[in-house]
Design a protein around this ligand. Structure first.
Ligand code: BJW
Ligand code: ZN
Length: 249
């Protein structure tokens, strides 16, 4: 039996599946990953200048403009057949917990019911001062802003502080409830699927490792080697948009 067929058979038997996704899940929708050599965001941008609280404090217009550009790109993108397959899987297994590191909304748009967003969302801006949510529609440009354009963030109507993207930057804590729910699911599941993540950003990268330590087989979908290879029982080398639909056939 080839590896894809073995993985499909394991999925059919499973009672509680954890699906853990990273940027590679949305790559075939045209959303850039972070660490891929040529197309990854961090090959063109300095993470320290864009994805830290210090970066936002030092140059809010640069950071806000960059996130507006990314949000507009995601709005123009569509879920790929991999997202659709993950949503379909939810109807086939008794319990499925979808845990994503992605800040896009492509899982939701493909029909997944309530993904756990470990790193927040491009579409949930909030006040940097008082944390009040800010209406996303007032923060999203209709037209994709030019890449690299500075845009001044809107101001909070209550405390006048700057509005910031509702994502988790380096050095910030992950949302406590989301992380706890993810850890619980990883401990309880009887099969985990890790898709399109390099597995180097913590604490999220613990999720498949916790599943493995708890005795669940872990299947990885990634065209390249990753830091998670050694924790996985099956390493399926290929893109999410091709392999995931094949697993459900
Ligand atoms: C395909 C494909 C296709 C391509 N199909 N696949 C323990 C050890 C060391 C460091 C730390 C540690 N614990 C904490 C840290 C510090 C830090 C960290 O992890 N640093 C390491 C990078 C060294 N973590 C944090 O700071 C976290 N906070 C925290 O720990 O708080 C406690 C604390 C506070 C103070 C001090 C210390 C601790 C927060 C992490 C937040 C991460 N935020 C980002 C940005 C979000 C906003 C935004 O989008 O701008 O989240 S960084 C970025 O990386 C983003 C992603 O969610 C995350 C993971 O990336 P992902 O998804 O894996 O993407 P890539 O690009 O890396 O990989 C893509 C993969 O897809 C590749 O493998 C491709 O091959 C594959 N692929 N095409 C399938 N078609
Ligand atoms: Zn405020």
């Amino acid at each position: 039996m080839d590896e894809t067929m073995r993985a499909a058979a394991m999925l059919r038997e499973a009672r509680h599946v954890v699906v853990f996704t990273g940027a590679g899940m949305s790559a075939e929708s045209g959303v850039p990953t972070f660490r891929d050599d040529l197309t990854g965001l961090w090959s063109r941008y300095d993470a320290q200048r864009l994805a830290t609280p210090e970066a936002f404090r030092d140059d809010p217009d640069l950071v806000w403009g960059w996130y507006r550009w990314r949000a507009a790109r995601v709005r123009a993108a569509r879920p790929n057949p991999g997202h659709v397959a993950v949503a379909a899987l939810e109807t086939r297994v008794p319990t499925l917990t979808l845990i994503t590191q992605n800040v896009d909304d492509l899982h939701e748009r493909a029909g997944s019911s309530c993904p756990i967003h470990l790193h927040g969302s491009l579409f949930a801006p909030r006040c940097a001062g008082c944390a009040r949510p800010f209406p996303a529609e007032l923060a999203t440009a209709d037209v994709e802003p030019a890449e690299g354009r500075r845009i001044a963030p809107p101001r909070c109507a209550i405390c006048a502080d700057a509005i910031r993207p509702g994502v988790v930057w380096f050095g910030e804590l992950l949302p406590e409830d989301a992380l706890a729910a993810a850890y619980d699911a990883a401990t309880a599941c009887d099969l985990a699927l890790t898709i399109g993540t390099s597995g180097v950003v913590y604490p999220a990268a613990e999720i498949p490792r916790i599943a493995a330590r708890s005795g669940a087989p872990v299947i990885q979908i990634n065209p390249e080697r990753s830091a998670l290879d050694a924790s996985c029982d099956l390493n399926l080398r290929g893109g999410a948009a091709t392999l995931l639909p094949a697993l459900l056939r």
